[in-house]
Write a protein that binds this ligand. Structure first.
Ligand SMILES: Nc1ncnc2c1ncn2[C@@H]1O[C@H](COP(=O)(O)OP(=O)(O)OP(=O)(O)O)[C@@H](O)[C@H]1O
Ligand SMILES: Cc1ncc(CO)c(N)n1
Length: 275
């Protein structure tokens, strides 16, 4: 059994954060462990409250997990503050696991899940350790300082991000709502790139899409899939999860973490790849 880890915030509504990560890990046949950076009082309608953990207690949780388990891959999600990022990065420096960084900044309803002054610590302390970074377009703009309006801007922003020491960056296109496709473009440090295109689903049930995608990459890497296979298979996982919503909650509902195991094979997912 391959052990994986999420270092992220708790979503009481169960669709994003630690809860989405552990559900994804379980569906993908890995053993999920977790380090909680912050509690959020949250549901499909928004974030009602945030209660961060102390950096010391984040460190204690990480030590408990690393002393006992051989963690093959791990992801970070909501990290909230400079102090938590610095603590996480310091401990991760001693680890050999693949590190997937989902640079969570703002929840879909607009709540800040990362303090503004923490971007510098993210860029300088954590990103140099990352195997994969999975920013959405607004996050890629903040990290790179490049305003993104078209494909050339995506390329320029990705180049800046790779210069921060990230080995691979997946620029997620979920926020281009007027497009017919959901296209993510993947750039590697050796200069190669490819894009993955799926049919865009017209739905408001997209709570936790980013958490689900990055935890699926983590699970596949933890199981020994290649980086390329892990990213493409994670795209299928999130596509099925968005395409077959559970229709629960009164706002932006969660995605369906069961769908990949239950419906793959019944509904073929087309991921169109171009170099
Ligand atoms: N409507 C959609 N149809 C199909 N795929 C989508 C849709 N919206 C997002 N995706 C895909 O979901 C994945 C996550 O992307 P997205 O840009 O939504 O992340 P995010 O904004 O970080 O999510 P989160 O709500 O967790 O912060 C990407 O692979 C993206 O292409
Ligand atoms: C705890 C948490 N992490 C991440 C997100 C982003 O989807 C969220 N809404 N809540």
């Amino acid at each position: 059994m391959d052990v994986v880890l999420t270092i992220a915030g708790s979503d009481s509504g169960g669709g994003a954060g630690i809860q989405a990560d552990l559900k994804t890990f379980q569906e993908l046949k890995t053993f999920g462990t977790s380090v909680i950076t912050a509690l959020t009082a949250q549901n499909t309608c928004g974030v009602q409250g945030i209660y961060p953990t102390t950096p010391e207690f984040v460190a204690q949780q990480m030590t408990s997990v690393f002393q006992d388990f051989n963690v093959k891959a791990l992801k970070t999600g909501m990290l909230f503050s400079t102090e938590i990022i610095e603590t996480v990065a310091r401990i991760l420096q001693q680890q050999t696991a693949h590190i997937i960084v989902d640079p969570v900044m703002i929840a879909k309803g607009g709540a800040a899940l990362l303090q503004d002054d923490a971007v510098h610590a993210l860029n300088t302390k954590l990103l140099p350790l990352a195997t994969v970074l999975t920013p959405n377009i607004p996050e890629a703009e903040v990290i790179s300082g490049v305003k993104i309006r078209n494909e050339q801007d995506i390329f320029n922003a990705a180049k800046r991000i790779l210069q921060l020491g990230v080995k691979c960056v997946v620029m997620k296109g979920g926020h281009f709502e007027e497009a017919d496709t959901a296209t993510d473009t993947v750039f590697f440090e050796n200069g190669s790139s490819f894009s993955m295109e799926t049919k865009r689903i017209n739905t408001k049930h997209t709570h936790g899409t980013g958490c689900t995608f990055s935890s699926a990459i983590t699970a596949f890497l933890g199981r020994g899939f290649t980086l390329h296979e892990s990213i493409v298979e994670a795209k299928k996982f999130v596509q099925l999860a968005i395409e077959h919503p559970l229709n629960i909650g009164h706002g932006h509902g969660p995605t369906n973490h069961f769908a990949y195991q239950e419906l793959r094979g019944i509904y073929e997912v087309m991921v169109h790849e171009t170099k």
